[in-house]
Design a protein around this ligand. Structure first.
Ligand code: PGA
Length: 254
């Protein structure tokens, strides 16, 4: 089993008190392990709180960055600001941002580029809607989402990036893609990237996201091309998140 990534996307949830309880619960159970990367992505306002409270075994990510480097962009947070406070990762292109805040593939490509310029590892989210799946467009949607970022930026940037496949119909719905459904898409993502760079295609971590929980995580992470999970709802419950982490730990130790 290669390295697994367990990434918590807290979305717009929490407060100082609940965050402290949550991170303490995670701190207690997450041990230093070169083969498991645990990343917590709190809202911007709590990044420094979690940076102070977390143990050194845990990394920190933001949930978004501005597509601009600096300047007159009221309400935005730049990649250099995130680098300045020692954030390691940033989620880019989450379907909620694509749908609610008009993050187009062009905007996502700019954010992807700026993440790299500021030494942040982007977790690039892609995924099809329910309608796209039902009408047999899953693979073409995935292909156009990936290709547009590769061709607007450079394939070389993917050598230090993570992809998260998150079918929109599985996010927050309790309906998970089956391990086989996810594996099929993950394999296709590698096939699409193979044309550009075969080393990057075979080595890039591809996470699955969409209603991952303590009960289904092990079956998902067992698949050869699923390198961990991007976890929303279940990451807000410390014990459940720890269960997911322990599923990864048991696979790594097998
Ligand atoms: P979920 O969210 O685990 O609540 O489905 C995943 C995500 O949106 O990243």
């Amino acid at each position: 089993m290669e390295k697994l990534f367990i990434v918590a996307n807290w979305k717009m949830n929490g407060n100082k008190r609940s965050n402290e309880q949550l991170i303490n619960c995670i701190n207690d159970k997450v041990c230093e392990n070169a083969n498991i990367e645990v990343v917590i992505c709190p809202p911007f306002t709590y990044l420094t709180q979690i940076l102070k409270l977390k143990t050194s075994s845990i990394k920190i990510g933001a949930q978004n960055i501005s597509e601009n480097q600096n300047g007159a962009c009221t309400g935005e947070i730049s990649g250099s600001m995130l680098q300045d406070i020692k954030v390691d990762y940033v989620i880019i292109g989450h379907s909620e941002r694509r749908q609610m805040y008009n993050d187009t593939n062009a905007v996502i490509a700019q954010k992807f580029e700026l993440a790299h310029q500021n030494n942040l590892i982007p977790i690039l989210c892609i995924g099809e809607s329910l309608n796209e799946r039902k009408t047999g467009q899953t693979l073409s949607v995935i292909e156009s989402q990936i290709k547009s970022i590769i061709e607007t930026t450079r394939i070389e940037l993917f050598a230090k990036s993570i992809i998260a496949y998150e079918p929109v119909w599985a996010i927050g719905t309790g309906e998970t893609a089956s391990p086989e459904q996810a594996e099929e898409v993950h394999t296709n993502i590698r096939n699409i990237m193979e044309v550009y760079d075969s080393n990057i295609a075979s080595s890039i971590p591809i996470l699955y996201g969409g209603s991952v929980n303590g009960a289904n995580s092990k079956d998902l992470f067992t698949m050869g091309n699923i390198n961990g999970g991007l976890i929303g709802g279940a990451s807000l419950n410390g014990e459940e998140f720890v269960e997911i982490y322990q599923a990864a730990e048991s696979l790594i130790n097998e």
